[in-house]
Design a protein around this ligand. Sequence first.
Ligand code: SF4
Length: 337
Amino acid sequence: MSEAKLTSSTAAGQVESLLSVVDIKKHYQVKTGFMKPEANVKALDGVSFNLDKGKTLAVVGESGCGKSTLARVLTMIEQPTAGELRFDGQDVLGLGAEAAKVLRQKIQIIFQNPYGSLNPRKKVGTILEEPLVINTSLSKHARKQKALDMLAKVGLRPEHYDRYPHMFSGGQRQRIAIARGLMLDPQVVVADEPVSALDVSVQAQVLNLMMDLQQEMGLSYIFISHDLSVVEHIADEVMVMYLGKAVEYGSCEAIFNDPKHPYTQALLSSTPRLDPAHRREKIKLQGELPSPLNPPQGCAFHARCRYANERCAQQQPQLVNESGTQVACFAREEGRL
Ligand code: SF4
């Protein structure tokens, strides 16, 4: 894991990342059935990372690993159960309602499904201007100008301002969703599977647009995805999650060139690679992701892991630094892998 990398100065002269997340948790009480006791589901169970200005952290893992809960907590749609969230040096969770509202504008979200996330009854111009109506005192004219500028930035034309979402292709709709996410000039964008609903041929165009906008506007991204082949092109750092915890966290280069955790290795082995020199032995993952309602004891991955031993079934591995990457695996610690 990168040490806190340095973007903003604190009063003590120290510097810290734009976004710092420390041991964040989100637990839910869930009913398990009639007359049955409630269960405590640990959707997010102690995740930490730093994000610097202009950088992209990809969060990857199977559906149900806690990625989308993390997105909702980071964008303050949901309050975490415990942990610390600092934005530009400020403790986000300790803020009053007014200050939190202002700060919330700085961290915006783009959802996976451009079909469901845009109101079909509203014109594109209205959709784009809505965040400005709610959060700013800009005049009608200024709002329209900003919407037209943003349409141009995402590669759409002025005449699109008066059209409805159904008149656009999937890729164009995701451009509109991106434009709406940027209307309040955020510094951090949490993109929750932003291209997974799109045709493969369109995915690259939208990813390129996101990278261009990052350069132009100095954006930082939390890029949530189950698709490692997409992540490789856009991420600076990668965090691999399994059942609410990070199991590996490091630079994109290190994760792709030398994946250390058995789960990361299995995920990467099923990612298609064009270059034969970089093709990997296919590792078939046994079984499904366990239910968070009934998580296994010990390492949550042990029932699917080909390196598991007795200790793995009893104890939970913690993240340990290994050549600049953080890995939670006993087989690594014991030199068995
Ligand atoms: Fe596999 Fe054990 Fe490592 Fe978990 S701790 S990933 S079960 S070897």
